[in-house]
Write a protein that binds this ligand. Structure first.
Ligand code: DGY
Length: 320
């Protein structure tokens, strides 16, 4: 039987590419560029399946233009905000994601962002590299200690739960808001808040772990930032679209927020120059899941979903 035709939109880890090539008739993107919308449509029209990343946007228009040949979008990501799920459902296209396998790696980056922001990691690093470290005193480069502070987790899914576990190691008191309260064995003594507002009011560090669903877009804005305790720290390893970046810049400039640690931005790649110009930010280029182990696991998980689909079984991570 002919192998299913699979488009892999970006460069993946070698072991993942090898396995894909064994089981599928693979079309790749050798120079690893971000497809234009027209390129994405043209490439998807020629295949049965696509294995994309969050860098490819499957809008309703793109899904309609691809037409009936494409059967499954097997994402190499846990987030699926780059796919119009209603349009995929309507078109009968199956959508899968890669949950669980990136929770540890992303929680590590959340903790790095928290510490980098709280302890002025970027400022210190830049000073030493530039040869401008010419002074030391007890009043020099003083940051905020996170040990013993309150950590607010907005979105207590898999990544939020692992981040809470890591923060417990710093003696932080864990508070969270989630659509549903977690059972005791997952809550592990964390304090549930039934509204985001109530959570924000107690969060010395607020870490975002909710998906960028339409109702969450801009959930961190001038109104909600004003609810945080004075000189709180914002951490975002989820999606840039959760944050009104103009309001964030104002809060960081005024000192209302002590600092922010951000791995994600509204505009990616690139980020936000107004944020990058501030001293009190610690910034990373969307590398939450970027470890060898995790990227292997994400690729294999996406292939597991494809294998199940083409074997006539239900893919384990079906979203639509
Ligand atoms: C995810 O899996 O959603 C990460 O942000 C990488 O795309």
């Amino acid at each position: 039987m002919a192998k299913p035709k699979l488009l892999i939109t970006r460069k993946l880890r070698p072991a993942v590419e090898e396995r894909a090539a064994r089981d599928y008739d693979v079309v790749t993107n050798p120079d690893d560029h971000v497809f234009t919308e027209a390129e994405l449509i043209a490439a998807c029209r020629k295949v049965d399946a696509v294995l994309p990343c969050h860098s490819e946007r499957f809008t309703a228009g793109v899904i309609a233009a691809i037409g009936p040949g494409l059967k499954i979008i097997a994402n190499h990501s846990v987030g699926v905000d780059h796919v119009d799920l209603a349009a995929a459902r309507e078109a009968g296209v199956v959508v899968t994601n890669t949950p669980d396998v990136l929770s540890d790696a992303t929680a590590e980056i959340a903790i790095l962002c928290m510490l980098g922001a709280a302890r002025r990691g970027a400022e210190g690093d830049a000073m030493v590299r530039a040869g401008k470290w010419d002074f030391w005193s007890p009043a020099f480069m003083v940051g905020r200690q996170v040990t013993g502070k309150r950590m607010g987790i907005l979105g207590m899914g898999r990544v939020g739960q692992v981040t809470a576990d890591r923060a417990r190691g710093f003696g932080m008191e864990i508070h969270y808001h989630n659509r549903r309260r977690l059972p005791d064995h997952l809550e592990k003594g964390a304090i549930f808040h039934d509204t985001p507002e109530s959570l924000l009011a107690v969060s010395d560090v607020l870490s975002l772990h909710c998906p960028a669903t339409p109702e969450n877009l801009g959930i961190i804005n001038a109104r909600t930032l004003a609810l945080l305790p004075e000189r709180a720290i914002l951490v975002n390893t989820a999606r840039g679209a959760l944050v009104d970046e103009d309001a964030l810049v104002d809060a960081l400039k005024s000192g209302r927020l002590f600092a922010a640690g951000l791995d994600v931005f509204r505009t990616e790649p690139g980020g936000n120059p107004a944020i990058a110009a501030l001293p009190n930010v610690f910034l990373l280029p969307h590398i939450g899941s970027a470890t060898e182990e995790t990227r292997d696991a994400m690729g294999f998980r996406a292939l597991d979903n494809l294998d199940a689909f083409f074997a006539g079984r239900a893919p384990g991570d079906r979203v639509v």
